[in-house]
Design a protein. Structure first.
Length: 248
């Protein structure tokens, strides 16, 4: 679903003429399969958010290529990226990013309005989504009239209402208590299972990482080597020996 090939990224900081280069990611090869839940973990500053921002096209890699849903997205211009994002990605953030002057219903409806979906179809989809995340009873509440957990549910509903194939989440449970965190994780598992949505989730939290099918660790901008149970060399050796033995 998402393939990164030889991705490196560096930021330029400082005033013109006195710029400094900050290398952040180094030669990342990574792929996320359709229907996977992948957790990205690593120390603060290891490059997790940068990696997610590259996947969503908010920043462009200094080197390397990214393919998403069969499309070479590194070649897209700003406008094409915006369309691609709307069609392929949902986002879940730590601070929910709901619009305070809109009700829960209107917040969830917004992506459909932006996409030009007609009113009766909008109503059907918003109502279904609000029910999916168990927040229908609070449809007419403004964000300030909702608890943190309820706001996160609305934010999840909004990110999924266009039924994106991929959801990118940056510390989605960061501001939730353990009860609300549990129900967010149950919801993620359920959506993954029922709709086959692919999730890429940045987290510091072992609970969140425990729902993932796979955990990717970043260490100083590189993928940490997952210690294989048996090295490739030893498999080759065994294979060659077995072959040699057979012929002799
Ligand atoms: N826009 C930017 N300009 C310059 N440097 C940046 C920029 N964004 C991030 N960095 C630097 O890149 C490095 C990685 O940052 P990033 O936010 O990807 O880390 P992270 O692993 O997500 O950290 P955290 O867990 O604290 O959110 C940091 O050293 C950071 O200072």
């Amino acid at each position: 679903m998402i393939t990164m090939m030889g991705i490196s990224h560096q930021f330029k900081i400082g005033k013109k003429g006195k710029e400094r280069i900050v290398p952040v990611l180094h030669d990342i090869d990574l792929s996320v399969e359709k229907g996977e839940i992948v957790a990205i973990v690593g120390r603060s500053g290891s490059g997790k958010s940068t990696l997610l921002n590259l996947m969503s096209g908010y920043i462009r890699p200094t080197a390397g290529e990214i393919k998403v849903a069969g499309r070479m997205v590194t070649k897209l211009d700003e406008g094409a990226w915006a369309d691609f994002r709307l069609a392929h990605y949902g986002f879940i953030f730590q601070n929910f990013q709901l619009i305070s002057s809109m009700t829960a219903y209107e917040n969830v409806e917004l992506p459909l309005v932006l996409k030009g979906v007609g009113q009766s179809e909008r109503r059907k989809r918003v109502e279904k989504m609000l029910e999916n995340v168990d927040i229908a009873a609070f449809a007419s509440h403004y964000p300030s009239e909702l608890s943190g957990g309820q706001q996160q549910r609305v934010s999840v509903a909004r990110s999924l209402v266009l039924e994106p194939p991929i959801v990118l989440a940056d510390e989605p449970s960061g501001s939730l208590d353990s009860e609300n965190e549990k129900s967010l994780l149950t919801m993620i598992k359920q959506l993954n299972h029922e709709l086959g949505i692919t999730f890429v989730i940045i987290t510091h939290d072992d609970q969140v990482a425990s729902v993932a099918h796979r955990t990717i660790r970043l260490q100083d901008g590189r993928l940490a080597r997952q210690a294989p149970l048996v090295s490739v060399e030893s498999i080759k050796e065994t294979f060659d020996l077995a072959k040699g033995g057979h012929h002799s």
